[in-house]
Design a protein around this ligand. Structure first.
Ligand code: NAG
Length: 264
């Protein structure tokens, strides 16, 4: 049983993500739109949540959760019909919006990174690609359901190309460690791109090829069609923005590049 950050309090791969992002954004004409808006937001919006006072109240849900862990596995075995969880994500994004979905380790930090991207209108954390219907966090952390912790992104393709999202995905994590990100070990921490359209699939495969050229280690990221998305429990949503474990809120302002403390 492993929960986010159980083995370490450090974050993985938090340095210069936005810088990596900017330089890769310059490489194609479709992406140049992104740069001005990012700079604009960086200048105007300081990361205003970083200095706010700790809000102790936010400790409670996670402490309750941690004390309940260990009693979670039973439900998962009851429901083994995998036709629903293995079916497609048939939710519909708002008009003008598209979905994208990524698994890159503990979903808290990954979500905050995507929240900060101009053109991303909404993010949700959840579970997908597993074998049971309606899993809980405890089920997923038990390691028996094969779900991946993912972030589902709602974005406006006119304001933010899918390639920009892919760039951030690669910059945010180590795609060469199988079922593992830093101290977080388990199949729920696997690296994955879950696509909604043939165009997304093509872009994902091409970007993986590009990334592979830049490292000697084998990239183990899975690229699969998006399956049913189970929204995680409410307290996991925008967890770090709301204060994480210790009540220190982290800014989700567009363009903010404060280092992300992945576990709060
Ligand atoms: C877990 O799901 C992945 C797809 O995300 C699949 O490739 C793998 O075979 C599954 N593992 C098990 C044990 O079912």
């Amino acid at each position: 049983m492993t929960i986010c950050g159980a083995a370490t309090s450090n974050c993985y791969n938090t340095t210069s993500n936005v810088l990596v992002f900017i330089s890769s954004s310059l490489s194609s004409p479709a992406k140049t739109k992104f740069l001005p808006s990012l700079s604009r937001f960086s200048v105007r919006h300081s990361c205003f949540f970083a200095q706010t006072r700790p809000r102790i109240g936010f400790n409670k849900p996670s402490m309750n959760l941690f004390s309940r862990l260990g009693f979670g596995g039973a439900r998962a075995q009851e429901n083994t019909d995998s036709s629903i969880p293995q079916g497609p994500d048939d939710d519909i994004p708002a008009p003008g919006q598209q979905f994208a979905q990524f698994g890159a380790g503990c979903f808290w930090g990954v979500e905050l990174a995507f929240q900060r991207i101009p053109g991303v209108s909404k993010t949700e954390v959840g579970y997908t690609q597993g074998s049971v219907d309606n899993p809980t966090y405890e089920d997923v952390c038990s390691g028996t359901t094969n779900h991946s912790e993912v972030v589902r992104i709602h974005y406006d393709p006119k304001a933010c190309g899918y390639e920009n999202l892919l760039d951030l995905f690669w910059a945010r994590h180590d795609p060469t460690t199988l079922n593992r990100q830093g101290g977080d070990v388990g199949t729920q921490y696997r690296s994955g791109i879950y696509y909604y359209t043939p165009e997304q699939e093509k872009a994902a495969r091409e970007s993986l090829e590009q990334q592979q050229k830049q490292t000697n280690r084998k990239i183990v990221t899975e690229i699969l069609p998006a399956k049913k998305f189970y929204r995680a429990e409410k307290y996991h949503q925008q967890y770090l923005e709301k204060g994480g474990r210790f009540g220190f809120r982290q800014s989700a302002a567009k363009g903010c590049n404060d280092p992300i403390r992945c576990y709060g």
